[in-house]
Design a protein around this ligand. Structure first.
Ligand code: PEP
Ligand code: MN
Length: 339
């Protein structure tokens, strides 16, 4: 349930209203926008009478929110959320981010790739130190050593780092190193224990859509994180499993528009895992940008044929340079006022 507050309500009246809600055993979630203030009521709202709330002086109107996602819902928070990833990089609400780097952290080449993607206009560096692989015999990532390499690259390049966390037991390793963005991968999109644990931090989370996950399941996964107190969630469309086999996954470009309608959280498009083949990635990156994504996540490798994972979908730095020109051209049309 949301209560829309009258523009002339005073802070005292608002505080009084919030205490009243809390006395009913509910949580009040206040969203102050430029035009209006909205109070979201979270919990068992069957205990409150919407007509009683509507009769209060400071309330303009009450609306039931039927969707099960509340804090992620645009009705609770009409304005776009802007996630601050550090190093001056913001995502959402007109801020466009490009996250680029290798699938896996492999060693010294991380720095060389980082320099190239930064020069091409990427704003964040990615690289997996813990890799979710279909086979237990496949390369599983460098672990802590990989995190350290990312931190070194962050220092030299002055850009935030994005890396996947797979296990709640690793959270302290990520916090100790002040990892800027923790990625929850597609395979862990409904790992509710992990979602709750990262929700107890304030670290920005890049939450990927499950391999066969619906938009609503993605939003409920975000709700798990937010319900623990972390509002810094970015959603990621990375392709879903379909009957098509010519691409690794099927890029659901419509999900970007649908998510922007349903939620205030930033939406990132990952054309690399969606397409699965280098040759299609630039076009899918442009499509995601044209659909209004708040950013992209793109895998880039200096020698894709030698990559330890996902070489088939990696762009070389030269291809990334060329793709970035086109992406930024499209972005300037989609959002001319902020370009
Ligand atoms: C990745 O980003 O390298 C990755 C494993 O992505 P996803 O979880 O989308 O498959
Ligand atoms: Mn990958």
């Amino acid at each position: 349930m949301i209560a829309i507050v009258r523009p002339n309500a005073t802070e005292d009246q608002l505080d009084h209203f919030i205490s009243w809600i809390e006395q009913k055993g509910l949580t009040a979630h206040v969203s102050k926008g430029e035009d209006s203030t909205i109070v979201g009521l979270i919990g068992d709202t069957s205990r409150v009478d919407p007509f009683l709330i509507e009769s209060m002086d400071i309330i303009e109107r009450v609306q039931r929110v039927s969707e099960p996602f509340k804090q992620a819902n645009r009705k609770f928070h009409p304005e776009d959320t802007v996630v601050d990833c550090g190093h001056g990089v913001k995502v959402g609400g007109g801020h466009f981010a490009v996250i680029a780097g290798p699938c896996s952290v492999e060693g010294e080449n991380l720095m060389a790739i980082g320099r190239r993607v930064k020069a091409a206009g990427a704003t964040m560096l990615r690289g997996g130190a813990y890799k979710p692989r279909t086979s237990p015999y496949a390369y599983q990532g460098m672990g802590e050593e990989g995190l350290d390499l990312l931190c070194e690259a962050r220092e030299e390049l002055d850009m935030p780092i994005v890396t996947e966390i797979m296990d709640p037991r690793d959270i302290d390793l990520f916090l100790d190193r002040k990892i800027d963005v923790m990625q929850i991968g597609a395979r862990n999109s409904q790992n509710f224990t992990l979602l709750r644990e990262v929700g107890k931090t304030q670290v920005p989370i890049l939450l990927k859509r499950g391999i066969s996950g619906t938009v609503d399941e993605l939003l409920m996964a975000a709700e798990y994180i937010m319900s623990e107190g972390n509002p810094n969630v970015m959603l990621c469309e990375r392709g879903i499993r379909s009957y098509e086999t010519r691409t690794r996954n099927t890029f659901d470009v419509s999900a970007i528009a649908v998510l922007h309608h349903l939620t205030h959280l930033p939406v990132i498009a990952d054309p690399s895992h969606a397409a699965g083949y280098t040759r299609y990635v630039p076009q899918m990156a442009m499509a995601g940008t044209a659909a209004g994504a708040d950013g992209l996540e793109i895998e880039v490798h200096n020698a894709p044929a030698e990559a330890w994972s996902d070489g088939a979908q990696a762009l070389t730095p030269d291809i990334f340079d060329e793709a970035m020109e086109k992406i930024m051209g499209i972005r300037s049309i989609v959002a001319p006022e902020v370009a």
